[in-house]
Write a protein that binds this ligand. Structure first.
Ligand code: 6PG
Length: 246
């Protein structure tokens, strides 16, 4: 696994670089007659990135026909609920760009969680070819990290961390009890490019342990993502990584 760390002054600079990198990746796939198959994260951090993609030059400059959106996790709420990752993405990006509806595969948060985890796992499995570990290989997985070190909806100490067979599982938020549908570690580890987007001072304590403790056994799910045949990237801002030289 190759690891890269990119440090930015703030979320604005991070979002600008992410949008440029995203367009480059989509253009490369389109030029090869292929599609960029992505898994998006939720939370607040990716919103600035999505909002840049929703504006010129990306709004009409990205070959959206060649972009496929999946999600790495979703809250088990309807798509018009303020908690919905899809709603955030739709408001920030999808409703502003000419992406074919058939290219957008949201997790149906309104469905019963267990049924939806099963269904979404089948959708991913049918749509995306497998990789060396036998799991679907996303071209680019975007992840956030909570201040407790969770990622997607894989929370510290949760039984879902041990899931090695299924593509999607039902998770439970440790504080709120909210049900979530999340992809599992084998899917994350099958990714060709897995990028963490981490911003804000609240993330520093855990982020520092992870970035300085590479190879150590840490209790944080974000430290357990290991794309053996891919690139692991950390896009971080100066508030989350003040100790890092730019
Ligand atoms: C979710 C996310 C979750 C998120 C982190 C960071 O559904 O909430 O997938 O893993 O990425 O909690 O969230 P922020 O970007 O809001 O800090």
């Amino acid at each position: 696994m190759k690891r890269e760390i990119y440090k930015f002054q703030g979320i604005t600079e991070m979002a600008a670089r992410l949008a440029a990198d995203f367009k480059a990746a989509a253009d490369k796939k389109a030029a090869a007659g292929e599609r960029l198959i992505t898994a998006l994260s939720g939370g607040h951090t990716p919103k600035a990135f999505f909002e840049v993609l929703a504006q010129p030059p990306y709004k009409d400059g990205v070959p959206w026909d060649s972009v496929i959106f999946f999600w790495g996790d979703e809250r088990c709420v309807p798509p018009d609920n303020d908690e919905s990752n899809f709603k955030m993405t739709n408001l920030a990006l999808l409703s502003h760009i000419p992406i074919p509806e058939s290219n957008v595969h949201r997790i149906l948060g309104e469905n019963p969680p267990e049924e939806e985890a099963e269904r979404y796992g089948e959708v991913i499995s049918k749509f995306i070819p497998g990789s060396g570990n036998g799991f679907p290989r996303f071209d680019w997985i975007f992840l956030g990290m909570g201040d407790d070190g969770h990622t997607a909806s894989l929370f510290p100490g949760a039984p879902t961390l041990n899931e090695k067979e299924k593509i999607c599982v039902v998770a439970t938020h440790p504080q709120t009890g909210q049900k979530r549908v999340s992809v599992t570690f084998p899917v994350l580890d099958s990714g060709a490019r897995v990028s963490f987007l981490v911003a804000g001072a609240d993330k520093e304590p855990v982020l520092r342990q992870i970035l300085e403790g590479e190879g150590q056994q840490l209790p944080y799910p974000a430290s357990m993502v290991n794309p053996v045949d891919g690139v692991l990237e950390w896009y971080v801002d100066s508030a989350a990584a003040p100790w890092l030289r730019a």
